[in-house]
Design a binder for this molecule. Structure first.
Ligand code: PLP
Length: 402
């Protein structure tokens, strides 16, 4: 029987010590590093060294510890850490695409990613086909000889659709010249996209992975070949565009990564509680862990079962005019914060169409089925989620929505 992939145990098994046997790796607070011989320095510049650190924009020991832990979590050969999730996404895509190339992408992605693909890449004459990623036939039909990237999010932001990574990987492999790039920000540990056939996995570590909302950070997990390519001193996007994560921040993310599996379980448990509550009171909502969700079975089949269905849930308030007082009153009652972002220990909520997806033109929001009143929740680590449920019901009653 094939051994179950276990991202949490893969991290737990790592033994990373500091300089003096410290149980946490030492923090390397240096931009540059000395070489004992000129020969070794020259070799390192040619990518042939014995592993000496050269300069922190390229590699840094603290970043290496975090990268090793992320590679263990994804089961990739290597990883590289960036100063934000957008830095991870843009670094990976710009390494893969040149002028005149073509990308097939889910139309439903984080708004910043949508804007990068739809607006920014125009200046390089890179063409984009936006597709409904749950319709595999439309992905197949969008592929062209010059397609270099198929891009999706495992659980899409903000529609919470589930991408069929194994089937997308098949389409990409049949095509030959493209790579499947997957943003797994909403579902670390829950999904292992590389194990399911993705070529490159990107993260905003700002969210669940770090979990403290005290920084922005990102990661690229991939083969050794790809990570060496992005960090090449001659033509690597990581080395030449300089999106590296500060090593002090890396050491902090690494410590938070050690509790990610427990946090994901609790986020999922709390979101499932709210989903059941919303169902009970007849709200229109989206949660991939409920059998009513169109990709519930697909998710159940592809997920690592120990971590639940995730902490993201959305209620459809239908209009921005109904969503606004709902969010304001929930904040005043203490359900959580009316704020963008996700993966925090407090519950966060915002109207996606007016905030983190506002870069997507309204007609396209409509076309993809994004309700203008969709309130996306990132459910927190509340010990008393029942109280949040009650406060949400109280809010809805006060506003006469139920
Ligand atoms: N990917 C997803 C799915 C996101 O939701 C976000 C931000 O909200 C990003 C990427 C961008 O991450 P960052 O803000 O760390 O650049």
């Amino acid at each position: 029987m094939k051994k179950k992939f276990d991202p949490a145990t893969a991290i737990q098994r790592l033994e990373q010590f500091g300089e003096f046997g410290d149980v946490n790796p030492s923090i390397t607070d240096s931009a540059t590093f000395t070489f004992m011989t000129e020969e070794e320095m020259i070799k390192t510049f040619h990518g042939e060294g014995t592993g000496c650190f050269l300069y922190s924009r390229h590699w840094n020991p603290s970043n290496r510890y975090l990268s090793d832990a992320l590679a263990a979590m994804e089961g990739t050969e290597m990883a590289w850490v960036t100063g934000s999730g957008m830095a991870a996404i843009t670094t990976a895509i710009l390494q893969l695409c040149s002028c005149g190339d073509h990308i097939v992408t889910s139309v439903t992605t984080y708004g910043g990613t949508y804007a990068f693909l739809a607006n920014f890449l125009k200046r390089f004459n890179i063409e984009i086909s936006f597709v409904n990623i749950t319709n595999l036939e439309s992905v197949r039909q969008a592929m062209r000889p010059n397609t270099k990237v198929v891009y999706t999010e495992t659980m899409t932001n903000p529609m919470l659709q589930i991408s069929n990574i194994p089937e997308l990987a098949k389409i990409v492999k049949e095509h030959g010249t493209a790579k499947l790039v997957v943003d797994n920000t909403f579902t670390p540990m829950i999904f292992s996209p590389y194990q399911l056939g993705a070529d490159i996995v990107v993260y905003s570590m700002t969210k669940f992975i770090n979990g403290k909302n005290d920084m922005v950070a990102g990661a690229i997990c991939a083969s050794e070949e790809f990570i060496n390519a992005i960090s090449s001193v001659n033509d690597g996007t990581a080395m030449l565009l300089g999106p590296v994560l500060d090593p002090l921040r890396s050491s902090s993310v690494l410590k938070n990564l050690a509790t990610l599996h427990i946090r994901m379980q609790k986020h999922s448990e709390n979101a499932m509680y709210l989903a059941r509550k919303f169902k009970e009171i007849g709200l229109k909502f989206v949660y991939p862990g409920m059998p009513e969700h169109p990709q519930y079975e697909l998710m159940t089949q592809l997920m690592n079962k120990d971590f639940g269905y995730g902490g993201m849930i959305a209620i459809d308030m239908e209009t921005p005019e109904r969503a606004a007082p709902f969010m304001e009153l929930m904040q005043r009652k203490g359900v959580g914060y009316h704020a963008v972002s996700l993966g925090y220990f407090k519950t966060l909520f915002s109207n996606s169409g007016k905030s983190t997806s506002s870069e997507v033109p309204e007609e396209i929001q409509k076309e993809m089925g994004l309700s203008p009143g969709l309130v996306r929740f990132s459910v927190g680590l509340d010990h008393d989620i029942e109280r949040s449920g009650e406060l949400i019901v109280e809010t809805l009653k006060e506003l006469k929505y139920i």
